[in-house]
Ligand binder design. Structure first.
Ligand code: NAD
Length: 412
């Protein structure tokens, strides 16, 4: 069996490496030559805890290879996973160009029977669009399976190899079983496979992400209300989360959700509802309330500095959209940093993993430092914007000695 994974981002790379670690032969393909060069030489182009060791082990075992040649990889593969990006289009719908390009190439280059597995998050109905395309343009039979991914960056290996569930949506039971077989090594204690139809699989991914985004947003609104009434949101959160019907996960208030998935997936669900004249009012409200959250904190910062940022130097801890990742896509922390710069403040920032990516976006407008304490030197305040563990219990004596003004605004 030869597996091919197209797209070596946070999802494709984790999937490819973890399948390879079960003994499968895997070839990972990307258009980004630099990424493929780095991966072939054993270097990860992104940060994900534990992934470097798995990459190394599977490269050495010669089960895992990397390539930019999609045509050749397609010819060799039996099962092809698509894990390319599905970014938002300007109107909130899903930009499907990367997925469609790859599907067209697979149809063109397949010379014998294949199974195409959709791991990218794609709108409901993609199954029919791509199945039609494959039927019209491929010379051979290609079965389509929807297999949305639920991993979290920062915990991706654990999530992939000990999943809460694996959803397999297909109209073809033979193809579904072949894909299910790949996950059996991760299902030894309990079978957590959910076999369903493709439309349900596609929709389940958006439903799950919107539910999680809504929980976060609900608690953020509670935090704002706590501020108004002098209540302690930490206590409220514990009281709410201790109810077993509710549970504790995804109830921590903060700067609002960000990253590559929640913002675009919530908006895509709204867009899917609009297309079928079935308004997704909760998703709409979640999107709006989340946008307000970062504005609320800008207001609090403004209140402290009284709108005067000239000649102020502000230290920032945390740039990634959450802890344990280097991903700064749609990071609320980056939004705050950009806004501070626009207001005329000088910003000195530290993040344990995301500084290279942040520098790629912010350039020299921010003074980055590898030391979380160096950025505090003569700063007029510290903003803690990402919930990295090392920011939870810092050396406060050192913090106090370095800051010019003893102001800490912790938003996570
Ligand atoms: P990513 O941007 O990190 O990676 C996508 C990769 O695809 C890039 O390396 C890009 O170069 C490559 N690519 C684009 N076009 C290509 C082509 N024609 N041929 C080969 N490679 C190509 O994206 P990601 O975060 O891994 O997300 C991928 C999909 O998985 C998205 O649909 C996303 O919504 C979904 N998803 C993401 C996460 C997450 O936590 N990041 C979790 C679950 C699902």
């Amino acid at each position: 069996m030869q597996i091919c994974v197209i797209g070596t981002g946070y999802v494709g790379l984790v999937a490819g490496i973890c399948f390879s670690d079960t003994g499968q032969r895997v070839i990972c393909v990307d258009v980004d030559e630099d990424k493929i060069r780095q991966l072939s030489s054993g270097k990860l182009p992104l940060y994900e805890p534990g992934l470097a060791e798995l990459l190394d082990r599977n490269l050495k075992a010669e089960r895992l290879t990397f390539s930019t040649d999609l045509a050749e990889a397609t010819r060799r593969a039996d099962i092809i996973f698509i894990a390319v990006g599905t970014p938002p289009a300007p109107d909130g719908s899903v930009d499907m160009s990367q997925v469609m390009n790859v599907a067209e190439s697979i149809a063109k280059h397949a010379q014998d029977r294949k199974i195409l597995v959709m791991k990218s998050t794609v709108p409901v109905g993609t199954y029919s669009v791509i199945s039609d395309l494959l039927k019209k343009t491929a010379k051979v039979s290609i079965d389509y399976v929807s297999n949305p991914e639920f991993l979290k960056e920062g915990n991706a290996i654990e999530d992939f190899t000990k999943p809460d569930r694996v959803i397999i949506g297909s109209g073809n039971s033979e193809a579904a079983q072949a894909v299910a077989h790949l996950y059996l090594p991760f299902m030894r204690q309990t079978n957590r496979l959910i076999l369903t139809d493709p439309a349900s699989a596609e929709l389940a991914k958006y439903a799950a992400n919107t539910m999680l985004a809504t929980r976060i947003t609900f608690m953020n609104e509670m935090a704002r209300l706590c501020d108004q009434y002098g209540a302690n949101v930490e206590d409220v959160r514990r009281c709410v989360g201790s109810d077993r019907r509710i549970g504790t996960a995804f109830l921590f208030p903060g700067l609002g959700y960000g990253g590559f998935c929640f913002p675009k997936d919530v908006q895509a669900l709204v867009s899917m509802g609009q297309q079928r004249k079935c308004p997704m009012r909760i998703a709409e409200a979640t999107h709006q309330a989340n946008s307000h959250q970062v504005e609320y904190f800008k207001g609090l910062i403004d209140q402290h500095f009284q709108g005067r940022y000239k000649d102020k130097r502000i230290a920032v801890w945390g740039l990634a959209y959450k802890a344990r990742t280097d991903d700064v896509r749609r990071s609320p922390a980056m939004h705050i940093v950009r806004w501070l710069i626009e207001q005329g403040a000088g910003v000195a920032a530290h993040d344990p993993q995301a500084m290279a990516r942040a520098r790629g976006e912010l350039g020299e407008s921010v003074a980055f430092s590898d030391s979380m304490y160096d950025v505090l030197q003569d700063a007029d305040g510290l903003l803690v914007l990402t919930d990295w563990q090392e920011f939870r219990n810092p050396d406060f004596d050192q913090v106090k000695a370095l800051l010019r003004e003893h102001v800490i605004i912790e938003i996570v």
